[in-house]
Each structure stands twice: as structure tokens, then as C-alpha cells.
Design a protein around this ligand. Structure first.
Ligand code: CP3
Length: 346
């Protein structure tokens, strides 16, 4: 008899023996095995472009911790590169785009290539992973939500206020619209290609949703994310669940229910029980342990994980962090989190 993996069951709000758990950025610098591969690769982009290494680092946290889902090792800026952005990572500074998009010519220059031709290594990684992972461990693929990718493309890197991006949106809405449309088109193709290659769920990362006033979020970011979901759904059919992660979404809660995803992933600043009340029973929830809790040690992690389990209410809840795991996280805290989730449902 085959049973649905608990991660996929929870995405569909079907009953599960216990809530599934995985962690955003679960493959990363907090693991010595990752740091070893990362060093061999030289640069982060070189790591992202090499299927053999991407497969290895995706599997490392599965082997070590047995998470209920694997997430493709890649980056949200890989599709940006396929569109024509010159992407690099500067140590200690994060991503950098050498040719930021700030005018008509910049928008016109962006391409919408065939994903399998532009970044074959991504789909090769996915196919390789499907043959390595067991039937209990579904593979998640991801893209940035259009607004978040727009932030990096326009700003040219990380930023506190993303002033160039927000002033483009407010001062040149015509150009912002054309840019978002192009991002939507390629992101949807990239995501659909990942699902066709064998990934079983899709997560959109809307890290910078928190920068927008509710009206701009409802008018720009949310419709663009929904357009990606719609296009991918039309291409891949009803099966794979869609997850929407937005950081700082408490302010967006009144309109968040309109997101066309099966699962809403929230950060620690929004209470899970409140999100459940306001979003209703139609969506599963993912989150929302503060990644800093793990730095406070195993005991604090256990206590706060118990609170997350309780607020999540069991059914239709996927345990995760509110944002990516930090490089300085002790492995014992990850063990403590997992023991708590596996030890007993609320
Ligand atoms: O979750 C996973 O395990 C899958 C892999 C994954 C990475 N990045 C690997 C990575 C995913 C899903 C991402 C998404 C991503 N990338 C986001 C959205 C989620 C978020 O964290 O808000 C964003 C904004 C990026 C862009 C990006 N890539 C940033 C801001 C950084 C941090 C730079 C730094 O020095 O910490 C990266 C680099 C990156 N992406 C690393 C990893 C493991 C660390 C780079 C390294 O190993 O040197």
C-alpha cells in the first residue's frame, strides 16, 4: 500500500500522524558537510551551477536530520541570471547584480529563454534528486515571488529600504508593470519546468513583501504572485501543492487569504493561531519558529517548538522556521526541534 507522504498530505490539509517538518535554508553553512562542498566549489554561483554538488548538499540535511521534505539547492537569483542579470555573491555582503534594471532599455534587455536551455543544471539536479530521494521525502522547487525578484533586479543587491525599487513602483508604474510582467513570465516557466522535471511542490519566496503598504501589496505584489501560480497551475495540473512564503506578512493579513496557494508560510511576527482564524480552514499554514530561538539552545528551542505546535493546531500545519536557518545555528538545537515535533502532537 502506498501512503501519501505526510508533507504532501499536510499541504492538502489531510489528516497526518504528526505535523511534517522541514526548514528554510536547511542546506547551508550551519552544517560542516555543506561548508566542505562550498569550499570545493569556490564560489556560491559555481556551486549552484553544478548538479552533482547541488544534489549532494540537498541530501545532506535529509541524511543527517530526516526532514519530511527536501528543497532543491539553488538560489532565487538563478532565474534572474537566465533573464540576463549579471549575478555574483560578494563574501559577507550577499548578492550583487552588475547591470541593475532601472530604465526602459534595462527592461527591454531582459530575456525570457527556454528554461531547459538557459539553466539545464537546475532540472538535471531535480531529476537526479528524484532518483535519490525515497518516496517518503517529496522535493520542493522554488522561485522568488515577482516583487521580491524585482527588488534585487532594480536595486542591484540587498538593501535596507529598497528605495530605487519603491520609487520606480511609485514614480514609473508603467515601467514597473512591464518589468513585473517579464519577471512573471520567466518565473512561471522556470517553476513549471522544475515541476515537470520531478519536483512535487512549489514554494514562492516573497521575502520583501513586508516593504509594501497594504494597498501596494494588494495592488502589485499579490496579483503578480497569483499570476505565477495561475500560469504554473495551467501547465502542471492540480496535483502539486503551492506554498507562498511572505516575510513580515502580519500587515498583509487582511488580503493574504486571496493568495492562490494551498499553503501560506508566515514568520514569527504573526501568531499562527491568529493567521488560522483570519485565513480560515481553506489553507494550510507553514511556520513559524523564530530562527533565533535555535541560537538560544536546545531547551529554548524545545519550549518554543511546543508553542508553535500548539498554535498550529496539528492538522494542516507544516512546522518550519519563520525565515532561513542561520549559519551559526547549533546542530543540537535542530535535533531538539525535531525531537519535539516527533515526540508528540499537541
Ligand atoms: O532553503 C534551502 O535550503 C534551499 C536553498 C536556498 C538558498 N537560497 C541557498 C542559499 C533558497 C530557497 C534560497 C532563497 C533565497 N535566496 C532567498 C529567499 C529566501 C530568503 O532567505 O529570504 C533570497 C532573498 C536569496 C538571495 C540570497 N542568496 C541571499 C540574500 C543570500 C545570503 C548571502 C549570505 O552571504 O548569507 C544568498 C546566498 C545563499 N543562498 C546561501 C545559501 C545556502 C549562502 C551562501 C554561501 O553558502 O556562501
Amino acid at each position: 500500500m502506498t501512503t501519501t507522504p505526510r508533507f504532501l498530505a499536510a499541504c492538502r490539509r489531510e489528516p497526518v500522524d504528526r505535523p511534517p517538518v522541514w526548514l528554510m535554508r536547511q542546506a547551508g553553512r550551519y552544517m560542516a558537510e555543506y561548508r566542505a562542498v562550498r569550499e570545493k566549489a569556490g564560489s556560491f554561483m559555481n556551486l549552484c551551477r553544478t548538479p552533482e554538488w547541488c544534489i549532494e548538499v540537498t541530501l545532506q540535511p535529509i541524511r543527517r536530520f530526516g526532514f519530511d521534505a527536501a528543497i532543491l539547492f539553488s538560489d532565487i537569483l538563478i532565474p534572474a541570471e537566465a533573464m540576463g542579470a549579471e549575478v555574483s555573491f560578494v563574501a559577507g555582503e550577499g548578492p550583487r547584480i552588475g547591470n541593475p534594471v532601472r530604465d526602459e532599455a534595462g527592461v527591454d534587455a531582459l530575456r525570457c529563454p527556454e528554461p531547459e536551455e538557459a539553466c539545464p543544471f537546475v532540472y538535471e539536479t531535480i531529476r537526479g534528486l528524484r532518483s535519490e530521494l525515497d518516496a517518503e521525502t517529496p522535493l520542493i522547487t522554488f522561485v522568488a515571488a515577482p516583487w521580491t525578484l524585482m527588488c534585487y533586479l532594480v536595486e542591484g543587491g540587498g538593501s535596507k529600504h529598497f528605495e530605487r525599487t519603491k520609487t520606480l513602483l511609485m514614480g514609473r508604474p508603467d515601467l514597473a508593470k512591464r518589468l513585473l510582467d517579464k519577471i512573471v513570465a520567466y518565473s512561471a516557466r522556470h517553476a513549471a519546468a522544475g515541476l515537470r522535471a520531478g519536483a512535487q511542490a512549489l514554494q514562492l519566496f516573497d521575502t520583501w513583501a513586508e516593504l509594501l503598504a497594504p494597498a501596494d501589496y494588494a495592488g502589485w505584489a499579490l496579483p503578480a504572485a497569483n499570476e505565477v501560480f495561475r500560469r504554473v497551475r495551467a501547465e502542471v495540473g492540480p496535483e502539486p501543492p503551492f506554498i507562498y512564503f511572505s516575510k513580515g506578512s502580519a500587515g498583509q493579513l487582511p488580503v493574504l487569504g486571496a493568495v492562490e496557494a494551498d499553503v501560506v508560510s508566515i514568520d514569527w511576527r504573526l501568531d499562527l493561531a491568529r493567521a488560522r482564524r483570519e485565513l480560515g480552514e481553506s489553507k494550510a499554514l507553514q511556520g513559524n519558529l523564530d530562527p533565533l530561538a535555535l541560537l538560544a539552545g536546545p531547551e529554548a528551542t524545545r519550549e518554543r517548538t511546543r508553542a508553535v505546535l500548539e498554535a498550529g493546531g496539528g492538522r494542516g500545519h507544516i512546522v518550519n522556521l519563520g525565515h532561513g536557518i542561520l549559519p551559526q545555528t547549533p546542530l543540537e538545537s535542530v535535533d531538539a526541534l525535531l525531537e519535539t515535533v516527533r515526540g508528540g502532537t499537541p
